[in-house]
Ligand binder design. Sequence first.
Ligand SMILES: [Fe+2]
Length: 160
Amino acid sequence: MGTNKIGLENKPVLELVDHLNILLANYQIHYQKVRGCHWNIRGRQFFELHVKFEELYNNAQITIDELAERVLTLGKSPVSTFKEYIEIADLKEIKTEGLSEVEMVEAILEDFKKLIEIEREVIANASENANDEGTADMVIAFLRFKEKTSWMFRAWSGKK
Ligand SMILES: [Fe+2]
């Protein structure tokens, strides 16, 4: 069994890369959903949420770039077409036009829940199968951000 240029075993790392690409595809669907919320938000909380959604999609964009560049670091190409994103992602696109602010926040919370689930699997895969602590550490930071932001959105919506 060979190792790659940074000393990781090829077989488990290439499986991990596929897993990272799935996370990347899901993130792209999420990114566009949050952009839609930023554009279509209406009502008394416009100013607050318009800005908050922008903060979130900017964060998602950075996350997506880090994921793609990690895929390249590990020796493969990141998925880069919307066709592939839609094919391999678990998250679904939604129309954000006409959604209430509560519906938008709930849609984002649902995405977070799914993304967190995938990230926990990626982290376990990275550290247990591929011995790749670099990837695990990177994804743990993404996970922690969404865990905290989920709490904030639940607090905003008055949910437990
Ligand atoms: Fe904008």
